[in-house]
Design a protein around this ligand. Structure first.
Ligand SMILES: NCc1[nH]cc(CCC(=O)O)c1CC(=O)O
Length: 311
């Protein structure tokens, strides 16, 4: 891809949320390159295809097939939710992240049909979530509620909620907004109640590393603050050897003065043990902040906790 003469093929998951994400990428791209056509190439990766048998946290259940298509030239750009991209390697060999779109709301949210908030839910309420990170924090906030494993796209989970298979759901606010279901949110779980995953609400555009022309053309689509936050968060995730179902939460926040504050938490599966480290650095040196934060957590015993929850 040296000339942008032909149609650019954008690969991503086929779920409704992913389709909405690709439309966002196409709109951003069109603003800079109105004459270049883009085409969506949908994938159904193993994590979506075989929900029963793929373990969450198995490496690359959402990303591997899309990355393979990128490397073989079947697509030119892969669109990923950065929270689904494992920390090691930071990018699949032969690929690179060219841009991170402006971040959405990082908070998880509670979806409860009767509109109750977390502290109002009756004892024993079954909350659908398979994420170790969510279950651990739920145990801290409301040890009397039950985290019930649930898989499938956000739309499928909402259908299961409507069918009464669970009493409530915890889902990413940004994801619900992307599928036009934000009206179902009954409570935004902010602050320390439910810390987000590293890379939450960030869409990353991945290209082949040797496709330099495209890599540089995508740069204007990247939001600098989001990029600094994402680099800090993903560097920490990498050093902790985390992936999308690790007991790891946190976020970086870029401030107006150029400083970057990164907070990362590591939990035991039941939430009874929590390691937390927060540090401030320079947004121009976001990776350094990520390395320092991970090193501090490793010193506190993070790897032991992460190993305990491994599937
Ligand atoms: N694991 C699936 C997934 N990947 C990204 C999002 C939400 C959007 C995002 O954070 O980018 C979701 C849904 C959810 O966890 O509720």
């Amino acid at each position: 891809m040296t000339e942008l003469a032909r149609t650019l093929r954008i690969g991503a998951r086929s779920s409704p949320m992913s389709r909405a994400q690709v439309v966002r990428v196409q709109e951003a791209f069109r603003r800079y390159y109105p004459g270049v056509l883009t085409e969506f190439v949908p994938f159904t990766p193993s994590g979506d295809r075989d929900i029963a048998r793929t373990e969450l946290g198995q490496k690359g259940v959402y990303t591997a097939e899309i990355e393979a298509a990128l490397l073989s030239g079947g697509i030119d750009i892969a669109v990923h939710c950065m929270k689904d991209v494992a920390g090691v390697p930071l990018a699949a060999p032969g690929t690179a992240f060219a841009a991170y779109l402006r971040r959405g709301d990082v908070r998880d949210s509670l979806v409860h049909p009767a509109g109750q908030s977390l502290d109002q839910l009756p004892t024993g309420t079954r909350i659908g979530t398979s994420a170790v990170r969510r279950a651990a924090q739920l145990r801290v906030a409301r040890p009397d509620l039950e985290a019930v494993p649930i898989r499938g796209t956000a739309n499928q989970r909402l259908d299961m909620l409507d069918a009464g298979e669970v009493d409530a759901l915890i889902l990413a606010s940004s994801g619900l907004e992307r599928i036009g279901q934000q009206q179902r949110i009954t409570q935004l779980l902010g602050g320390d109640l439910m810390m987000p995953p590293l890379g939450a609400a960030v869409l990353g555009l991945q290209t082949r590393a040797d496709d330099e022309a495209l890599f540089y053309r995508l740069a204007p689509l990247s939001d600098p603050d989001t990029e600094a936050e994402t680099v800090a968060e993903r560097t920490a995730l990498h050093d902790l050897e985390g992936h999308c179902n690790s007991p790891i939460a946190g976020r970086a926040v870029k401030h107006f003065d150029g400083s970057l504050v990164l907070t990362v938490l590591v939990f035991s599966a039941d939430g009874s043990r929590v390691l937390r480290h927060s540090a401030e650095g320079d947004a121009d040196d976001a990776a350094l902040l990520g390395h320092e934060t991970a090193a501090a957590l490793i010193h506190l015993g993070a790897q032991q906790l992460i190993a305990e929850t491994a599937p």
